[in-house]
Design a protein around this ligand. Structure first.
Ligand code: 5GP
Length: 151
């Protein structure tokens, strides 16, 4: 790989998810532990669309350390279970895009959790910002389902 290409592929600590992790940018958070943070997607493709990120710096699945992936997928499972209950979904889609050619737009590793329903398509990817009050209500639903998990 050329030096120029390597520079382009490096991790940008000022990306929006890094700022959300450091609480330097707003987000409707639903979960946090020592390793991970989960929050509502700003432009949800389905009501309840939630993102899970590791606190470690990683651009995508391909450059993340395996132990970071392990922690992140554990949180993804926890959140996916909660989202399925909170939004009475028929199923849950977990998606991860690595690289611009794959459709990735934010270059901090994240997993998408999307409630799915029989015969219902997703909305477009990263297209329409949801109203803050809607995201706040959806976040509360997910938090409630997470609380119920730990009871
Ligand atoms: P990607 O395309 O990288 O797989 O997904 C990035 C996701 O982040 C998209 O679904 C997009 O809607 C979401 N997103 C982009 N900017 C923000 C933001 O500032 N806050 C939140 N919560 N989500 C964002």
């Amino acid at each position: 790989m050329s030096i120029e290409k390597a520079a382009v592929m490096s991790y940008d600590p000022e990306n929006i998810f890094a700022k959300i992790i450091r609480a330097k940018a707003p987000a409707h958070r639903v979960y946090e532990d020592d390793w991970t943070v989960a929050f509502m997607d700003l432009m949800p493709q389905a009501d309840g669309h939630t993102l899970i990120v590791p606190k470690h710096e990683a651009r995508d699945l391909l450059d993340a350390e395996p132990y970071v992936l392990g922690k992140t997928i554990q949180t993804t499972q926890k959140v996916a279970r909660a989202v399925k209950v909170a939004f009475s979904a028929d199923g849950v889609m977990v998606a991860q895009l690595s690289g611009a050619a794959a459709g990735q737009t934010v270059f901090h590793l994240h997993f998408h959790v999307l409630p799915r329903y029989d015969g219902v398509d997703l909305r477009f990817h990263g297209k329409e910002v949801a109203p803050a009050e809607v995201l706040a209500e959806h976040a509360e639903r997910v938090r409630e389902a997470l609380r119920a998990q730990s009871d």
